[in-house]
Design a binder for this molecule. Sequence first.
Ligand code: AVI
Length: 320
Amino acid sequence: MAPAVDLLDLHPAPADMRQLVIDGLSRSPKQLPAWFLYDAEGSRLFDLICQQPEYTLTATETALLEREAPAIAAALGSGTLVEFGAGSARKVAPLLQVLAQPAYVALDISAEHLQAACTRLQQQFPAVPILGICCDYSQLEALPEHPLLSGTAHLGFFPGSSLGNFEPAAARDLLAQFRRLLGPGGQLLIGIDQPKDVERLEAAYDDAAGVSAAFALNLLRRLNRDLAGSFDLEAFHYRARWVEEHSHIEMALVSQNTQQVELAGRSWSFAAGEALITETSAKYSPEAFLELAASAGWRGSERWSDPAGDLSLHLLVQAD
Ligand code: AVI
């Protein structure tokens, strides 16, 4: 039987959702933080998006990790692998298989997700020391004291191109935060989706089965439930479009008519055709990404890409 998994709960402070909603709906255009999409149903729908034929990011990155794991392991220094926002922690397995002395720490805000993912991984790799830390990694001052984190340099892992869901300034801050958390001499292996054919990109974020649309509309259901909202889901239409100027996909719910919505104790007006942006997903060329990384104190050391050049796994080292 696999040993019980070690879990640390740092009790992440529940973000003030009400205030964030008021701030987001007071903006023009209206926009809410992307993490609001991930309640239990949103997380389930996101896993389904990853299985849609149009959304190739997950399968491409997984295949790339499997193919290049030996080369990645050879390029990585020694240290504990620390995954930020591990979710179901499915992408780390090829690395744990080939690292000489693997040790793994998964960080995630959802305690249930973390428990399930770490337990499954521990069964798959009974000899690998595994630790789960329930926290908001973007707000963490330092990694907690623990034998698995006793060295100074750690190996960060941030797959899935999740950096793309942060606005450029927030993305830079997050990369700088990773640098602090990983310590001097730390390295970061990060998956970054690249710009590609617009039709393909728009289809990836608006699949024929309607899962992406359901994922976005679920946000309104969540707001109705958690903040006494009165959104009529039929009165909004999902739209995903490529915005060349920002090199990102913008996902939005477009109001079908002029309407008033009650939410968070206030009344909000929506004009016909007005968009509520649910999320953006930036795509970076290798050059653009390395420029962003450099502004956060990182330097590109290696890069692995799939044959079609859809996405890259960048290995970053600290610039000084
Ligand atoms: C989590 N993140 C990297 C996804 C993306 O591709 O931007 C979120 C997503 N939203 C809708 N489809 C996928």
